[in-house]
Ligand binder design. Structure first.
Ligand code: PSV
Ligand code: MN
Ligand code: MN
Length: 426
């Protein structure tokens, strides 16, 4: 299924009058709306190929029908999202869940939908049917050199797939760690992982980046070898200038101050990018902004402030990897992703409203209440009309979820693909 610009414009017509009212009001409240809208129009967030099917838990999975059965159909789904919001112009692949057997055809298809290929992800957290050694006791950290080599070779294979498609980065997330005290020599595990990462790093093309993603727990519950931003940063610093830390919002211990982590990684020039999602308890992969929208705003505030200090916009040319890593169990995955993208845009727009000069002034004067007021003033401003206006200017839908429903996209996908489809992947 393809949503043409004409179909979307026609759907917008009935919503325009109401939008104009909202937008006029927003303009009367907010300065310089055009520059904010322009930045929103330029901002793109990649969609992970593994979020297009209904997620599950280890207790069960309840697929919703019409899910993509192949890489081609995943690209088609991201194309639908991008047609609706013009902000999802890239897809991130996970190998071997996605195998681009005919990369030229895959590239052509993606280009037809206006999509680029974002970071490619390796997978050494599961055993594949055709693989010689098991990752039961870790991959890049393994005490057995042959197992480490198998995992290194897989990552190099993933880079090759990425090169064929035009990706420019590799994300390495390791489930390596230990389940019980005594199981692992922490230092040897770190050193083995470093040596393995160095071998992968050596295979990176000159214009590529490596993102080292950390996670505090799961599937290992006593220790994780890349367990927090400190460990990730150690690896990134030891690897070299092409290696960066990747922040997945769900990968922290409860109550971690993620915005502070973001600020300091940016200061060090080592912030690689994000996996956006939200969480109540752990790696819940909930819709972005659904649980802690203020935290999301505070993260974007650090990005905006950090960019000003570095004198470079963070959204263009910074090369940050902007990606969603959320997948839902009971919602339509495409609606869930549309909600996530919009939450990111809202937080971004609000961060641009912060009066940074007044904020710095309040800080210099230790005026705590004033500093807090400045942030809350921005956070409590309704910027939804600006985000909607950005979509209109980009040729997207005024109201993506309403359009998705009114145009009966899921129904059409079910009739094309069937009700009992299982997306490839997890
Ligand atoms: C692990 O929890 C993670 O966040 C990593 O990014 C993986 O690649 C992804 O989820 C796959 O499920
Ligand atoms: Mn992730
Ligand atoms: Mn995760």
């Amino acid at each position: 299924m393809i949503l043409s610009e004409k179909i979307i414009q026609d759907h917008n017509t009935s919503l325009l009058a109401k939008h104009k009212l909202h937008f006029e009001f927003a303009k009367s409240q907010i300065n310089d709306v055009d520059s904010i809208i322009k930045r929103l129009v330029d901002f793109q967030v990649a969609i992970p190929s593994w979020a297009l099917g209904t997620g599950g838990t280890r207790f069960g999975r309840f697929p919703g029908g019409g899910e993509p059965r192949s890489l081609e159909e995943k690209i088609e789904d991201v194309g639908l999202l991008h047609a609706l919001n013009k902000t999802s112009g890239a897809i991130s692949l996970h190998i071997p869940w996605d195998i681009p057997t005919a990369p030229k055809d895959i590239q052509t298809l993606a280009a037809q939908h206006g999509l680029a290929f974002d970071a490619v992800n390796s997978n050494t957290f599961q055993d594949q049917a055709d693989q010689e050694y098991s990752y039961k006791f870790g991959s890049l950290q393994n005490v057995n050199k042959a197992i480490r080599k198998q995992a290194v070779d897989h990552n190099i294979e993933v880079i090759k797939h990425g090169v064929d498609l035009g990706s420019k980065s590799l994300t390495v997330w390791l489930s390596d760690g230990s389940c019980f005290p005594g199981q692992l020599n922490f230092r040897k595990a770190f050193e083995n992982t470093l040596e393995s990462l160095q071998e992968i790093y050596a295979a990176l093309p000159a214009d590529w980046k490596m993102f080292v993603e950390y996670k505090a727990f799961e599937p290992n519950f006593y220790s994780m070898t890349v367990g927090d931003w400190g460990q990730s940063l150690l690896f990134a610093n030891k690897l070299g200038e092409k290696a960066y830390t990747l922040v997945d919002l769900g990968h922290h211990l409860p109550n971690a101050n993620i915005e502070q982590i973001v600020s300091l990684l940016m200061m060090e020039g080592k912030l690689g990018g994000f996996h956006f999602n939200d969480s109540k308890y752990g790696d819940d992969d909930l819709t972005v902004g659904s649980i802690k929208p203020y935290q999301l705003f505070l993260i974007f505030n650090e990005l905006t402030q950090g960019a000003q200090l570095n004198n470079a916009p963070f959204d263009q040319g910074s090369g940050f990897g902007w990606m969603i890593d959320a997948s839902h169990n009971i919602k339509d995955p495409l609606e869930d992703l549309l909600q996530s993208v919009e939450a990111i845009q809202i937080a971004y727009a609000q961060s641009l409203l912060v009066d940074t000069i007044a904020l710095e002034d309040a800080r210099q004067n230790n005026d705590v209440a004033k500093a807090q007021e400045i942030l809350q003033e921005a956070y409590r401003t309704d910027v939804r009309a600006l985000v909607a206006e950005a979509r209109i200017r980009a040729g997207a839908s005024l109201s993506p979820i309403a359009a998705y429903r009114d145009l009966k996209v899921r129904k059409e996908l079910i009739s094309e693909r069937g009700l009992k489809t299982i997306a490839t992947g997890l």
